[in-house]
Design a protein around this ligand. Structure first.
Ligand code: PEP
Length: 263
């Protein structure tokens, strides 16, 4: 269903009216985690001012450590919905448990399945049946074939509004959190008709790498990028070291504008 063999034209997925697909490079930005109404609104305003057309933000955080901030849950979803009301930005947010899909979908414009759940087949089937666009991150240990098969689980439930997101894979390299596999972008685009975006924030794990990795993503033809921003990264409850602030995000958006998309 997601193969390009039976569907030669590349697809465009619309999220609250915003297109992700060939001919555009969509900027999705927002806080890694929803922490407070004010932090989320400030991050969203920064994102919007820079030119982002979709707001990201996690209410359910799949953290490596059980002692790390796990997200605000439904309270976080309510904050995202309020901020959408105030900014007009449609909301992309992660769902980590099949039992929460209906609840998260009632607030979100697009559901995100993260790297740690990329082969959670019950979750993939649940998001496939809920009637909202889905962003499927690549599992950090998944081959491109496994990633596309994961997308197939969603598609099989009748949902072809799927955006693939390359977010770095595990390699022997420890200088970056994960290794951004830039070749995955054109490879996945050739094998599948689905749009492919890149997450330079979670792959590098470092603020200074976000712009160079964004340039790389656009150069290989990514259909968009998803970027962490925070009004005060030193105080962030999650992934502060990779969050951009105002000026960095504006610079990144400028670079994106100057770089015409490959069609
Ligand atoms: C995220 O985008 O908030 C996230 C946790 O990403 P990943 O699943 O790629 O680690």
């Amino acid at each position: 269903l997601v193969s390009r063999d039976n569907h030669p034209e590349r697809s465009t997925v619309r999220v609250g009216g915003v297109p992700i697909g060939p001919g555009t490079v969509t900027l999705i930005a927002g806080p890694c985690a929803v922490e407070t109404p004010q932090q989320t609104l400030e991050a969203a305003e920064m994102a919007k001012a820079a030119g982002a057309t979709l707001l990201r933000g996690g209410a359910y955080k799949p953290r490596t450590s059980p002692y790390a901030f796990q997200g605000l849950g439904e309270a976080g979803l309510r904050i995202l919905a309020d901020v959408r009301e105030q900014t007009g930005l449609p909301v992309v947010t992660e769902v980590v448990d099949a039992h929460d899909v209906e609840l998260v979908a009632s607030y979100a414009d697009m559901l995100q399945v993260g790297t740690r759940n990329a082969q959670n087949f019950a979750l993939l089937q649940a998001v496939g049946g809920i009637g909202k666009p889905v962003m499927l991150k690549r599992g950090m240990n998944a081959t491109i074939e496994e990633w596309l098969m994961a997308a197939e689980y969603i598609a099989q439930r009748g949902n072809l509004d799927i955006v693939l997101c390359e977010r770095g894979i595990r390699t022997f390299e420890t200088a970056t959190r994960n290794t951004l596999d830039v070749s995955a972008v054109p490879v996945a685009q050739r094998l599948s008709h689905l749009p492919v975006i890149v997450d330079p924030s979670h792959s590098g794990g470092r603020r200074d790498l976000v712009l160079p990795l964004t340039r790389a993503a656009i150069a290989v033809g990514a259909d968009g990028v998803i970027i962490d921003v925070h009004p005060n990264p030193e105080q962030a409850l999650c992934d502060g070291p990779q969050a951009l602030v105002d000026d960095d995000l504006r610079e990144l958006a400028r670079v994106m504008r100057d770089f015409p998309p490959l069609v």
